[in-house]
Design a protein around this ligand. Structure first.
Ligand code: ZN
Length: 1086
């Protein structure tokens, strides 16, 4: 009590009272009193000094700081939410502000940047040039699918390249080569002879062949989620380690269309020493090159200490092709494109000098972009080094050129074949060391030619982007269940588990392939797109087989068979958003539904499935068949009619972390009172048509507003347009006016799979009075459905019996229906009064919210940014966020507005190589949660990033890791539940991945990866009931699972190649906010 009293006095200083108190005390007591006060003040002052060192600028003022420190010593009251501090990171350059410094002179066919001082690129021809080292790096860029499929490319080109590479690197010890995509290496290795495999390993061991990045593919960086980027990296690195004992040191990303700031964080976690990027806005490149900033330390926007910095080299010119790598003049570079060049005549020294000198001059100009005296020049391009003639002529010509250059002492140049690893080693060895600038942010939107903005691919082919996320979520489910089953139910026979490991591996590799920068981007030829879809669909089936086996094993505690009797959702469901082919039959004996929670926290949500019965009872088997409330809603056809023999059944489920819980659906004969009421704006005739359905249908007047309401929200929706007009937050009585619209841009002549280039910047508004609107009123959720020829939209408000985060969000489910359209770029738009000026935030690969700006000096498509899973606009009072299940392009084109592109179709081509448009689009579903949060903590209003609130994180989890269910009938008898009693993970913890690393064979036991993340989060004004009971400091693997604990534990680099430190399963797991830590776990046989 004394301490609390004391704190209150310091907390609200009242000098007179303090003095009076002190005077009234006896001398000894007075002395102790003053000593105590002095100590507390000194302690807090010391802490303030330490925390406010120049590298860590805190947003809170000093008063707040003292208050929080004192509170932390003496907990005056229990805080509901503590949150993660935002820090201001010091960096030499922030990419978000870079356009403030760049002035473009003109927009012809090339970008030209205006520099105030004279361009000093006049090094060539200097009397005594400085020493320069040039590494010629032979490379071949092999796309695993683009104009041809993966297998087609392999058989027609890549196999030949590998065969020749092996032969020629062995024949020429001075020759070098780099290789990036492990998917091709694995294909070649499978059919290679033992001798060739040994030769390959030798070339890797000697460093002649430099394996770079080593991921399964070279992933796109705009639409990919960090889960999949990590998983394909692990897959590639584990393959390389297992088969070649190799470990790539440098990242090589030369073709992705723009570069994310999150990706370098992942590369650093994987212990890469350096990285190379290529496709960033050409004007930014010119600017960076002019200031010698093309090599920089890439810093995370939240990393004030620079712990995660990684050295990044940016290539200076338009392309990675030989025509654009030697120097600024592509007409000169083009001459050195062997074997196509016939001009080069070896042997005649005078002629050689005339031929080589322009190349030497280009090298010198190239070097002007960098602070150091070493450059690398990539030699190759797409599928190059493919024929004997090409290989020999490139090698011999460059050998000749290099010998001539090295013989010219007056040129002071050393040229040789080299690798990326050698290049970064030379940078490291530079004496005196070069101080490279620090850079935060990322490089979107990409543009190489004036007005060509590559922001269309953020949305192109949305159905595939949707499927990619479906498989990603299912892979996570299958991984967790596989590991739990393997740990939990050892039977002595591992054969079945081994088979399942292979299924998991094939499925994983197909998903990894889809992360390729011409796959997820939607920029491949239609038959290649189909190849990806077939692979994703086979992954879907393989993963479901793994899940079925694991579910039966876990429920029975042993592998007893019978999983063939479990039904899973057919893949056709994903292609059939209107459920015209698929439904669950409820037979007289009932239907069991087993639901799995893939999250490491408990979840209370609705499950919805399509059944053939409309009179149903739902019971939870776990709780003595307790009856569960449910709702029957209509299922709609593509034309917006109610289907007569299909019903959507929704019921609430409550699931502990990583648990399986069974529910029983029974057909009943008594009338079911759980039907939704329907109000429709359709003409009278249409109401008659719907008569056969079991729903009570009433007319919906166009003149009244529809209100969807729960304990948290009151959402007003226009009955004319079916779009949101206003949202009221009940706990604060705040009302937000919103004009929601569906609009469409008309594609211009150069809109294409890559480019967004509308004919005019103003779209036409689609959501007008002509649309059909239905109000669905139910006990578990209520909805408004809109049917338009180009889209269907359902707005949902969940009642308060689900989680707090769901209670506060409006669900938006869209289906874009552009199959008949000849040219539309469909967009969902919100106009609000949020004072966001020109700023919006989108997530970087699902890992943190990054500030974006709209620049009036750039054309409109440059303001479209990639959102991997969320987009936000905010001001000092309010945060307006749209969470998304899948990637899209998003923009804020005027203050207060936010728009998200849903689908695109056009006949035109953008000239980037695809040669055709995108047409006959299949129906494309998309799913969102809209969350409006009044904000108390205003510090993040305009910062370079912000942390989402806990409820925002939770909504993201619901979308990215949906609950998964299977069904079975009377022929299978299974226990009702499995609960691994997962230790209650802290609310800010996220298990990114729990996956097997190798087949589970005797006597080795099981080896798994466990990737754990401590997420940053912010406290809003009203955190609701989503609270953070932190159990950090108590968490260890020995306590994580009730089942068992691992026999050994090691902290590893992200791809589980380098050991960070050995640990004991009893060690406490220590993570700071934003940490991602990877553990290798071994589990002995029981
Ligand atoms: Zn490529």
């Amino acid at each position: 009590m004394a301490a609390r009293h004391l704190v209150q006095m310091v907390y609200e200083p009242d000098c007179e009272m303090l003095v009076n108190m002190a005077l009234n005390m006896k001398f000894k007591v007075r002395l102790i009193f003053f000593v105590c006060v002095a100590m507390i003040l000194l302690m807090t002052f010391f802490l303030y000094l330490r925390e406010s060192s120049p590298t860590r600028v805190r947003k809170a003022d000093s008063g707040t700081f003292f208050l929080s420190k004192i509170k932390s010593f003496f907990p005056v009251s229990s805080e509901k939410c503590s949150g993660t501090l935002l820090v201001n990171v010091t960096a030499d350059m922030q990419t978000v502000n870079i356009w403030d410094s760049i002035d473009l002179i003109s927009a012809g066919t090339k970008y030209k940047v205006m520099f105030p001082e004279e361009n000093s690129k006049k090094a060539a021809g200097k009397a005594s040039p400085s020493p320069l080292t040039v590494l010629i790096i032979p490379h071949s860029h092999n796309d695993p699918g683009w104009l041809r499929t993966l297998d087609d490319y392999f058989s027609t080109s890549t196999k030949k390249i590998f065969d020749l590479m092996l032969e020629k690197l062995e024949a020429h010890p001075d020759m070098r080569m780099v290789w990036a995509e492990t998917v091709f290496l694995a294909l070649w290795y499978e059919q290679a002879s033992v001798e060739n495999r040994t030769s390959l390993k030798k070339l890797v061991d000697t460093g002649q062949l430099d394996l770079v990045t080593g991921g399964w593919v070279m992933p796109d960086e705009a639409s990919t989620h960090y889960y999949s980027i990590i998983d394909q990296l692990i897959e590639g690195h584990q393959w390389l380690a297992r088969n070649l004992g190799a470990r790539p040191r440098i990242n090589w990303s030369i073709d992705p269309f723009g570069h994310s700031g999150t990706v370098p964080h992942l590369w650093r976690l994987a212990n890469f020493d350096g990285m190379v990027i290529q496709r960033i806005h050409q004007a930014i490149k010119d600017y960076l090159g002019h200031h010698k900033r093309l090599v920089f330390h890439w810093r995370q926007i939240w990393d004030d200490k620079g712990y995660h910095d990684i050295l990044c080299h940016t290539m200076p010119y338009l392309s990675y092709d030989t025509t654009a790598t030697c120097g600024p003049d592509s007409n000169v570079c083009r001459k050195y494109l062997f074997p196509y060049n016939q001009e080069f005549m070896a042997g005649d020294r005078a002629r050689l000098e005339a031929f080589v000198t322009p190349l030497y001059e280009q090298f010198r100009l190239h070097a002007e972009n960098y602070q150091h005296n070493v450059i690398f020049v990539p030699l190759g391009g797409d599928f190059q080094w493919v024929s004997l003639d090409e290989f020999d002529s490139k090698y011999s010509s460059y050998t000749e050129i290099m010998a001539y250059m090295n013989s010219r002492s007056d040129w002071n140049i050393k040229v040789r074949f080299g690798t990326l690893t050698e290049y970064f080693n030379l940078l490291k060895q530079a004496s005196p060391p070069v101080r490279y600038p620090t850079v935060t942010g990322d490089f979107f939107v990409y543009s190489e030619i004036p007005n060509h903005y590559w922001s269309g691919y953020f949305t192109s082919r949305p159905l595939d982007k949707f499927l990619g996320r479906e498989i990603q979520a299912l892979l996570k489910v299958a991984d967790i269940l596989y590991c739990l089953a393997a740990i939990h139910a050892r039977t002595g026979s591992h054969a079945h588990v081994f088979e399942n490991y292979k299924l998991l591996e094939v499925a994983r590799r197909n998903l990894a392939l889809y992360q390729h920068h011409d796959a997820i981007t939607g920029t491949a030829k239609p038959h290649v797109v189909m190849d990806y879809e077939i692979r994703l669909s086979s992954s879907f089936n393989q993963l479901q087989a793994v899940v079925k086996h694991a579910v039966v094993t876990l429920l029975r505690s042993h592998a007893g068979g019978g999983e063939e009797l479990l039904n899973v959702q057919p893949f056709a469901f994903a292609f059939d958003p209107f459920h015209s082919r698929s439904r669950h039959e409820i037979k007289p004996a009932g239907l069991k539904v087993v639901v799995f929670n893939p999250s490491a926290f408990k979840r209370a949500e609705l499950i919805s499935l399509v059944t053939d019965k409309d009179q149903i009872e739902v019971n939870e088997s776990r709780l003595s068949n307790r009856k569960v409330a449910h709702q029957i809603s209509p299922v709609w056809s593509a034309r917006g009619n109610i289907l007569s023999s299909r019903f959507e059944l929704s019921f609430r489920v409550d699931l502990p972390p990583w648990s399986l819980v069974t529910y029983t659906l029974s057909a009943i004969s008594t009338p079911d009172s759980s039907f939704t009421n329907l109000y429709m704006t359709l003409p009278t005739g249409h109401h008659q048509e719907q008569k056969q359905a079991s729903f009570k249908i009433s007319p919906l007047p166009r003149s009244t507003n529809i209100v969807l309401e729960n304990a948290c929200l009151r959402v007003s929706i226009s009955s004319s347009t079916g779009m949101i007009t206003e949202i009221m937050q009940k706990n604060t009585n705040t009302v937000t006016g919103i004009a929601m619209e569906m609009v469409s841009y008309t594609p211009g002549a150069l809109s294409g799979a890559y480019l967004f280039w509308p004919r005019i910047d103003t779209p036409r508004i689609l959501s007008t009075d002509e649309v059909n609107v239905v109000h669905v009123q139910g006990s578990l959720y209520s909805a408004v459905k809109v049917v338009h020829p180009l889209f269907q939209t359902v707005l949902k408000v969940y009642n308060s019996s689900t989680e707090e985060a769901l209670c506060r969000a409006v669900g938006i489910d869209n289906i874009a229906t552009l199959s008949e359209s000849r040219g539309d770029e469909l967009v969902m738009r919100f106009k609000t009064d949020v004072q966001n000026k020109d700023v919006l935030y989108t997530d970087g690969n699902g890992l943190g919210m990054v500030k974006r700006r709209r620049f009036p000096k750039l054309p409109m498509p440059a303001a479209y940014y990639p959102m991997t899973s969320a987009v936000t606009i905010q001001d000092e009072h309010m945060r307006f966020t749209v969470h998304s299940r899948q990637p899209h392009g998003a923009a804020s084109l005027t203050p207060g507005s936010l728009e998200i592109m849903l689908d695109r179709t056009f006949r035109s081509d953008d000239g980037k190589g695809l040669g055709e448009g995108i047409q006959q689009n299949p129906p494309a579903p998309s799913k969102f949660f809209l969350l409006i949060e009044p904000m108390e903590n205003r510090t993040s209003q305009n910062s370079d990033y912000f942390h989402p609130t806990l409820q925002s994180l939770r909504l993201g989890d619901v979308l990215q890791s949906p609950l998964y269910y299977l069904t079975y009938g009377e022929s299978l008898d299974l226990p009702a539940t499995f609960n691994p009693q997962l230790f209650d993970l802290p609310c800010d913890a996220n298990v990114v991945s729990f996956r097997p690393l190798e087949p589970d064979t005797e006597p080795k036991g099981l080896r798994t990866a466990f990737i754990l993340e401590k997420r940053g989060y912010e406290c809003g004004a009203h955190t609701g009931t989503v609270q953070c009971e932190s159990s950090w400091g108590k968490l260890s693997f020995s306590s994580l699972l009730e089942l068992t604990s691992p026999s050994s534990l090691t902290e590893m680099s992200l791809s589980l190649i380098d050991t960070i430190k050995p640990l004991s399963p009893f060690d406490t797991l220590e993570l700071q906010a934003m940490d991602i830590k990877t553990y290798s776990l071994e589990w002995d046989d029981k």
